[in-house]
Design a protein around this ligand. Sequence first.
Ligand SMILES: [Cu+2]
Length: 165
Amino acid sequence: MKKQKERPKPRFTRNRAVAIGAIAAVVSLVGFFGYRALVPVNGTSPVLGFPTNDFIKATHSKSGYFYLSQASGSVKGLRSTGGSSAHINPSYVYSKGELVSFHFINEDYDTHSKHNFNIDAFNVHTKDLGYFGTETVSFVADKTGTFDYYCSIHPEMKGTITVEG
Ligand SMILES: [Cu+2]
């Protein structure tokens, strides 16, 4: 009678360890960004729901300092002015009540100047960020109208945010 080979016992394999590590990383990322996104800077209580994410960078070229949207394809809230996915000092459009997260990054490779991002109407004020600094600010678009966003260091860096009722 043939003796059956013993099957290897299930072990904590390397692959499994990698998978668990990856899941833990994703969960902690979601926890970090999710929590920040839930507390708007112009409110006191967390807002449940998925924010509209907009990525905007501060940069510089021969034409001066400006903001540039970092949109891949069509992004909700960004009013397209052409076929290009990058917009200089872009205009944003939101619906009243929308939770908005701005992800701001200083990519001013030219001058390494500091930059910030402000929307007074919604109490949005980032720190003065150095080169490659980033900050995420979330707010609730709780009033209608057209409002300015700007960099307090460079007057030419400004654009508008429109909230429609
Ligand atoms: Cu600036």
